[in-house]
Write a protein that binds this ligand. Structure first.
Ligand SMILES: [Zn+2]
Length: 88
């Protein structure tokens, strides 16, 4: 799966619980990769995807959003039905 963010293509990959024990997801602007924990339920995965996209936007646009603000924005956007448009 892929997603374009600010004109850059990011690969979306999944990790096992063993590979990612401490978080639901990670985002790397340097490598243009978003990693999601495979075992998450669909709703949690969609929320986490929004979270990681907001991290990337915050980094790329130098917004310097704190972690707690990113978490709250993702929850709020997810609750309003916002979904990240992913491509095969
Ligand atoms: Zn985060």
């Amino acid at each position: 799966m892929k997603v374009d963010i600010l004109g850059k293509p990011y690969r979306v990959v999944e990790a096992t619980d063993g590979q990612m024990p401490d978080s639901f997801g990670t985002a790397s602007c340097k490598d243009q990769i978003i990693t999601l924990k495979k075992s998450m339920a669909a709703g949690q995965k969609a929320d986490t995807m929004l979270h990681e996209v907001i991290h990337i936007i915050s980094n790329e646009l130098a917004l310097e959003l704190p972690e707690d603000t990113i978490r709250r924005l993702a929850v709020g956007l997810h609750s309003a039905g916002v979904k990240v448009a992913m491509k095969k």
